[in-house]
Design a binder for this molecule. Sequence first.
Ligand SMILES: [Zn+2]
Ligand SMILES: [Zn+2]
Length: 379
Amino acid sequence: MSTTATDYYELLEVSRSATPEEIKKAYRRLARELHPDVNPDLEHQEKFKRVTAAYEVLSDPEKRQMYDLGGDPLSNRGGGGFSGGFDFGDVMDAFFGGRGGGQRRGPRGRARRGQDALISITIDLQAAVFGEEKEIAVDTAISCEKCTGSGMADGTEAATCVMCKGHGEIQSVQQSFLGQVMTSRPCPACQGFGTTIPHPCVECSGQGRVRHRRNLTIEIPPGVDTGTRIQLQGQGEAGPNGGPAGDLYIEIVVRGHDLFERQGDQLHCVITIPMTSAALGTSINIETLDGPEDIAVAAGLQSGAVVTVKHKGASRLRSGNRGDLFVHINVETPRKLTAEQQTLMQQLAEMRDEKPNTVVTRAESPGVFSRLKEAFTNK
Ligand SMILES: [Zn+2]
Ligand SMILES: [Zn+2]
């Protein structure tokens, strides 16, 4: 889908039967002539781009063949031809080493955005489920109050750099395999700023920022879990010389709980009840994060059974909805029986026609145990 009938051979001033070596030579000659450091005007730069695109096609055997057959190997760049997204800085680097022609020139500003900061806080499960307002100490760079971020002592000004005369870069002529090439690099005297600070602010040593410990009150939303990061815009490190501050990230660690194990928005706990309660059925008062709660134990409840308490689990981040609490119930077999209890037990067994050597096989039993196991191991 070529829109420009550009003759790459003509651009490189070579014949259609030129060898790869001839093409390379031609490009080097043109690049030297059109190099943006030598001829920075727009017209030359445009021509340089076109020549570079031609070289890109003709130096690649596959692209050259495609081009020779009437296709345009650069047409799939959206825009077709030279203008679309071609990074000739890469080609420049390959040929000249160092910066290409596409970079910004002139002095760079001193102010830069500060870095993001990350701190980690540990909260308990209660806070993770219900949310919490918390005061934390944060240690970051803040803008220097004394010089308001400029880095300069009161009443003084920045001076134009004598080495680069304010350009921020030093140009030099280098010998390369292409011959003489003009290159530029950031000025070492002013680090490319174009100015120096003759009288730095004593408070911040000219950095425009100082380290400072402050207290921040943060809002922990319901539903956070270990690994959740809360982003506080502009609360990170202040930028050098009045630059904007980065963001502050607060990484949450949720402390383990004595009773509850969390899995996403579910909470699990294990309770043990006497065999007689399981057999007869009862109501048991258990501890939840929301306070005491009665749960019903149906008569005949088996060890490993799970009772679900709706909406008493952990919360989901953002929606605030609560998951469920799963109460895993162990039934305890009596450990020590008095002589009287033993007799009663034997009577019960006889009444129930339960022989001492009977094995009760229940198909669902393994399922119950694996579900319980799953609940505690699949984290
Ligand atoms: Zn200062
Ligand atoms: Zn300089």
